[in-house]
Ligand binder design. Structure first.
Ligand code: FPP
Ligand code: MG
Length: 335
C-alpha cells in the first residue's frame, strides 16, 4: 500500500513513455482529489481526507487514464475530472461499506466508522458522493446519466448481497449478479469515461465498457479470494470479513458446490454463526486449504482472459498491451 499511488503504477507498463505519461497524469489526479475533499468545515475535510490519505491502488483512475490513451484526446482536462469522479464515488462507497461490514481496518488505517462512528462514516460517504456528483455535472448530461445508472447498479448490487438467492435461483449466479452490480458497474464506467473523454471511437468505447465490466467482476472476485487467503499486512484489511459477515463469496460457493466427505466440518461451520472467533478461525483455516481456492483462482483468470478478448478493436501496441496487463494484474493480485 502506498500513500502516493502515482509513484508506483499498480500495473507493469512495459512502454516507458506510456508509463511516464500515466504517472504524470495520475499525479494530477492525486492533486485534484486532495482539492475535491476539502470542505468549508474543517472536520468534514479531516474525515473525507482520511481514506484518501491512507493510500489505495487508484485502480479506477488508472483505468480511466489508460482507456483515454485509446483516443486522440488523452490529455484533456475532462479525463482528469472523470478519473476524480470514479475515485470519489468509490471512496464514498467504502465509507458506507465499512459501516455495513463493521470493518475496523481499511487501506491499512482505521476505518472511518472505527476512527469516529457510523454517523460520521455515513455522512462523509454522502459528502464524497455529492462532490463526485458536482464534478460529473462538469462533464455534461450524458456523463451525469451514466454516473446515475452506474450508481443505481452499485447500490442495487450492495443491497442484493444482503438478500439470499430466490427459490430455485443458483447461488453462484446470484452472487455473480451482485458482483457485477457492486463492482463491475463502476469499473466499466471508468473504462467508458476514459474512452469517451479521451476521444476514442464509439466502437472502442463500447468494447472498453464491456472489458471494464468483466475486469471489474474479476477484481471483486480476486478481492473475495484475498479476503480469505491474505494477511492484514498485505491487504490492509482484516482477513475473513466476508466469512464473519456470512457473505458467501466465490471460494465458499465453490467449496459448497464441490464438497467432499471430509468437508463435513467446514459445511457445518459455514452454516454456523461465524462471529465467534474460534469458529471463524477454524473455518478460515479449512477454507484456505480447500481446493476450491484454486478453482476460484482459475475462474478469475478465465474471466480476465475473456476481458482481454474484448480488446480486439484496440490497435495492437503499448496501450493494448497495458490494458491486457491490467486484466492480468487484477486476476492475480496479492493486495
Ligand atoms: C466493497 O465490497 C463494496 C463495494 C464495491 C460497493 C459498496 C457500495 C455501497 C456501500 C453503496 C454506497 C452508497 C453511497 C451513497 C456512497 P466488499 O465488502 O466485498 O469489499 P472490501 O473487501 O473492500 O470491503
Ligand atoms: Mg467490505
Amino acid at each position: 500500500m502506498t500513500a502516493n499511488p502515482a509513484a508506483a503504477l499498480a500495473l507493469p507498463v512495459l512502454d516507458e513513455a506510456l508509463a511516464d505519461r500515466l504517472r504524470t497524469r495520475l499525479e494530477l489526479v492525486e492533486r485534484a482529489l486532495t482539492g475535491h475533499v476539502q470542505s468549508r468545515a474543517a472536520f468534514v475535510t479531516e474525515a473525507a481526507s482520511h481514506l484518501l490519505d491512507a493510500g489505495g491502488k487508484r485502480f479506477r483512475p488508472l483505468l480511466v487514464l489508460l482507456a483515454a490513451e485509446t483516443g486522440d484526446g488523452a490529455d484533456s482536462d475532462e479525463v482528469i475530472t472523470a478519473a476524480c469522479v470514479v475515485e470519489l464515488t468509490h471512496l464514498a462507497s467504502l465509507y458506507h461499506d465499512d459501516v455495513m461490514d463493521e470493518a475496523d481496518l481499511r487501506r491499512g488505517a482505521e476505518s472511518a466508522n472505527s476512527r469516529w462512528d457510523n454517523l460520521v462514516a455515513i455522512l462523509t460517504g454522502d459528502f464524497l458522493f455529492s462532490r463526485s456528483s458536482e464534478l460529473t455535472a462538469d462533464l455534461g448530461p450524458d456523463a451525469v446519466r451514466i454516473q446515475a445508472e452506474t450508481f443505481t447498479r452499485l447500490v442495487e448490487g450492495q443491497i442484493m448481497e444482503t438478500v439470499p438467492p430466490g427459490p430455485g435461483e443458483d447461488p453462484l449466479a446470484h452472487y455473480l449478479d451482485v458482483v457485477a452490480g457492486k463492482t463491475g458497474s463502476l469499473i466499466a464506467t471508468s473504462a467508458r469515461y476514459g474512452a469517451r473523454f479521451g476521444g476514442a471511437s464509439r466502437e472502442v468505447e463500447e468494447a472498453l465498457t464491456s472489458y471494464g465490466e468483466i475486469v471489474g467482476c474479476a477484481f471483486q472476485l480476486s478481492d473475495d479470494i484475498l479476503d480469505i487467503a491474505s494477511e492484514t499486512a498485505e491487504s490492509g484489511k482484516t482477513p475473513g470479513t466476508d466469512l464473519r459477515e456470512g457473505v458467501p463469496t466465490l471460494p465458499v460457493l465453490m467449496a459448497r458446490a464441490a464438497a467432499r466427505p471430509e468437508d463435513a466440518r467446514l459445511l457445518e461451520l459455514l452454516d454456523a454463526d461465524l462471529t465467534d472467533d474460534q469458529r471463524h478461525a477454524e473455518a478460515l483455516d479449512l477454507l484456505r486449504k480447500h481446493p476450491a481456492m484454486d478453482s476460484a483462482r482459475e475462474y478469475v483468470i478465465a474471466r480476465a482472459n475473456e476481458a482481454k478478448e474484448r480488446l480486439s478493436v484496440v490497435p495492437a501496441g503499448p496501450v493494448r498491451t497495458a490494458l491486457e496487463a491490467f486484466a492480468d494484474v487484477v486476476a492475480t493480485r496479492t493486495a
